[in-house]
Design a protein around this ligand. Structure first.
Ligand code: ADP
Length: 365
C-alpha cells in the first residue's frame, strides 16, 4: 500500500497584484523523498518554497504536513529547515559555533550540542574543521558547514533554494553528489529548488517541473527525459529529437509521417487529436539502437536507414548524430557497446521502438 505523503499541497494559488505567481499547485511529497523543483527563472519556485515554509502567504489552497493543516502555524513552529544560496554563515564564529547555533538557541545542553555538532561535521566530512574560521574555508567547505547547520536541529523537512548556485561548475557537480548522499544517509525529506536540469537530474528522486507558476510534470528524472509532458519541458531538459510530423493513421498504434520517415508510436494520439493533425514527435535519445545491418523483426518498432554525421564521446557514453531522411536523429549509447566502432560516414540502421516515442500537440507549453 502506498504510504501517506508527509507533505501535501492542494490547489495552492498566489498572485501579486494581477499576476499569478503560483497557479493551482497540488503536490505530494513522501517521507524521505528528495524533490527538486525545476523550472526557468521567474516560474515561481522560490515563491512556492516560501509558501511551504510559511514565509509567504497564499491566496487559497491547503498545505498539510504529517496530516496536520499548517495554516496559521508560524514558520518557526513548522520545524522546517532552510538553506539558501546566500548561506548567511556567521563570520565571527568558527565552524563549531555556526553548526551549533540553532541547537543553543533551542536551549540544548552544551554536552549535547558538542555531540550533535560532531555528528553533523562527520556527516559532511568536516570532522577536523571544528575550530576553523569561516574565512579559512573554501567555497565547497562553506556549503557543507551550512548544510550541517541546517541539518543539526533535525528538521522535519529541509528546503534548499539554489544552495550551490554561486559555485563554479566542477565544484557544484561534486557537491551535488555529496549533498544527495548526505540527505539520503539521514533520510530527511527535502525540497530543493534549482533551474539547472543537470543538478535536478543528479539530485532528485522526483523532479517537479514548474512553468509559469504551475506544475506541468512530476516524476522520476528518467521519466521526464523519456516522456516529457510538454514541448517546454522537452526543450528545458535539452532534448534534441523534437520532430514535426502529421498523424497518418491511428488505431491500436499511431503512425506519423515526419521529416525522418514514418514513425510508429504505441497507444493512442494525444487527447483530441486525430488523423491529419500535426503533432510533435519526441524520440527518447536513449531508447534507440543502431547497427550496420537491419535489426530484423525485433519487436514492433520501425527501422530507419541513415548515415552517421558525427559521433561525440562524453564520459562513458557517446552521442551519435545520424542524418535520416530530411532530418536528424540523435542517439545516446554506452561508448563500449557492440556498435562502438561505428563512426562518421557509416551507413547504419536505427531501430525506433514504439515506447521510445512521445507524441505532443505542436507548439504546446
Ligand atoms: P523563481 O524562484 O522560479 O525564479 P519566483 O518565485 O522568485 O521565481 O518568482 C515568481 C514570480 O513572482 C516572478 O514573476 C516574480 O517576479 C514574482 N514575484 C516574486 N516575489 C514577488 C513579490 N514579493 N512581489 C511581486 N512579485 C513577486
Amino acid at each position: 500500500m502506498p504510504e501517506t505523503p508527509i507533505l501535501r499541497l492542494e490547489n495552492v494559488h498566489k498572485s501579486y497584484g494581477d499576476t499569478f505567481a503560483i497557479h493551482d499547485v497540488s503536490l505530494d511529497v513522501d517521507r524521505g523523498e528528495l524533490v527538486c523543483l525545476l523550472g526557468p527563472s521567474g516560474c515561481g519556485k522560490t515563491t512556492l518554497l516560501r509558501i511551504i515554509a510559511g514565509l509567504e502567504s497564499m491566496d487559497s489552497g491547503t498545505i498539510s504536513f504529517d496530516g496536520q493543516n499548517v495554516q496559521g502555524v508560524t514558520p518557526h513552529s513548522r520545524g522546517f529547515g532552510l538553506m539558501f544560496q546566500d548561506l548567511a554563515l556567521f563570520p565571527h564564529m568558527d565552524v563549531f559555533g555556526n553548526v551549533g547555533f540553532g541547537l543553543r538557541m533551542q536551549g540544548m545542553s552544551s554536552d549535547r550540542v558538542q555531540m550533535r555538532v560532531d555528528e553533523m561535521l562527520e556527516l559532511v566530512d568536516l570532522g577536523n574543521y571544528r575550530n576553523r574560521k569561516i574565512h579559512e574555508l573554501s567555497g565547497g567547505e562553506r556549503q557543507r558547514v551550512a548544510l550541517a547547520r541546517s541539518l543539526a536541529p533535525a528538521p522535519k523537512l529541509l528546503m534548499l533554494d539554489e544552495p550551490l548556485g554561486s559555485l563554479d561548475r566542477v565544484l557544484r557537480e561534486s557537491l551535488q553528489v555529496q549533498v544527495r548522499s548526505i540527505l539520503k544517509e539521514i533520510g530527511v525529506t527535502a525540497i530543493y529548488v534549482t533551474h539547472d536540469k543537470d543538478e535536478a537530474f543528479a539530485l532528485a528522486d522526483t523532479i517537479v517541473f514548474v512553468d509559469r507558476g504551475a506544475v506541468v510534470q512530476a516524476g522520476p528524472p528518467e521519466a521526464l527525459f523519456r516522456a516529457p509532458a510538454t514541448e517546454m519541458v522537452a526543450r528545458s531538459l535539452g532534448l534534441r529529437n523534437l520532430i514535426p510530423g502529421t498523424i497518418v493513421r491511428a488505431s491500436d498504434s499511431v503512425e506519423v509521417a515526419s521529416t525522418v520517415g514514418t514513425l510508429v508510436a504505441g497507444g493512442s494520439p494525444p487527447d483530441g487529436m486525430m488523423t491529419g493533425d500535426d503533432v510533435l514527435v519526441i524520440i527518447n535519445e536513449r531508447g534507440l539502437s543502431i547497427a550496420p545491418v537491419r535489426h530484423g523483426s525485433a519487436g514492433n518498432g520501425i527501422e530507419l536507414s541513415g548515415v552517421i554525421n558525427a559521433r561525440k564521446f562524453r564520459g562513458g557514453e557517446s552521442e551519435i548524430h545520424i542524418t535520416v531522411g530530411q532530418g536528424e536523429v540523435v542517439a545516446i549509447a554506452p561508448s563500449n557497446d557492440a556498435q562502438s566502432s561505428l563512426t562518421a560516414g557509416d551507413d547504419i540502421f536505427v531501430f525506433v521502438p514504439p515506447e521510445s516515442i512521445t507524441l505532443l500537440p505542436p507548439s504546446q507549453g
